[in-house]
Ligand binder design. Sequence first.
Ligand SMILES: *Cc1c(COP(=O)(O)O)cnc(C)c1O
Length: 389
Amino acid sequence: MEVKVDQIEKRSWVEVDLGQIEKNYNMYKASLPKDVDIMAVIKADAYGHGDVKVATLLSSLGVKLFAVSNIDEAVGLRNAGINGEILILGYSSPIYARTLYYLGLTQAIVSEEYALALAKTGYEIKCQFAVDTGMNRIGILSGDAEEAASIIREYSTKLNVTGIFTHLCVADGSNEDDRNFTLDQLQRFKAVVDKIDCLHLPYIHCYNSAGGLYHLTDNSLNQSIGNIVRLGIALYGLKPDRDNKLPEGIKPAMAWKSVISRVQKLPEGATVSYGRTFTTKRPSLIATVTTGYADGYNRHLSNRGFVMIKGHKAPIVGRICMDQTMVDVTDIPGVKMSDVVVLMGECGNQNYTADDMAADLDTIGYEVICNISKRVQRFYPKTVIRKNK
Ligand SMILES: *Cc1c(COP(=O)(O)O)cnc(C)c1O
């Protein structure tokens, strides 16, 4: 039986609005020059949104390029029938060469040593060279463009090299220093790209969400480099950085919900939860919410954060436990067992996004959504099927 969103009642769950992901994709795409392709970054289970669902949606919209973080994610997508290019952005042990080859996966080359190790396996693996232009994480160094280019040319006869890419580390920065560093990275990358022109590699890319928005059409470089944006965070409707602005209409696609298991009257002076860090200052109504830090609900929100119930904010009182959290509902009329609680998302006139939670936690939205744990079931309203009843 198909159930409506407001009938979902789990312990802790996430609702993903695939329609909003589609809108975000379209809005973002509209902000790019026409000839720029999008590689959808769906690593970490599509930033917690469900990689197969997101990839299937995007495939239906014509996306043919995907990026993941590791071979297990890539295999999962292939097995789920995702065709297209799947680029593994990080290291895969050479012992998996056979899998890479037979599933037609594309492996990022993280160093010259790694290229050699993959070539030695004897499988002509599809791969793309990472070029390190200043992130100092992975890739062959770009300091000497000719040297970098000669490595790529050399391995293009041993492996199936289909592209090169670099990663920008301050594309989301708004000050002059950040901008100059990004321009420097782009110039270093371009120098290598120019020297491997003869290889006619189909995939040349350097922009993440922020890079695509703020640097791709930056005229100070006189031309854009490559023609692909690796689109991650903006697809999910969040900002790369607190100070960034996203194109109009891009919104978060995720809401995180839970329910109330108990509502209890407590007298003034009662303490709540481990460590007794909260004491009621008046006779209070304390509700227990069935989500805790094992669900990825950050314990630093203890005594600081809030949840939303019936359009009202209910402050978190005492320490967040592994599976449960207590909130003060004294001022919210009629709260009872089974009421739905919104941890993140819209609730009445309230709207608390992963970016808002990230600001409260002094981190980034990326971490907030990636940390929502596996046991928090993902739902896709409209396609929710409940077996019994
Ligand atoms: C994660 C990642 C991206 C996506 O970055 P967003 O900021 O989420 O758009 C792009 N490229 C690489 C190499 C990445 O690791």
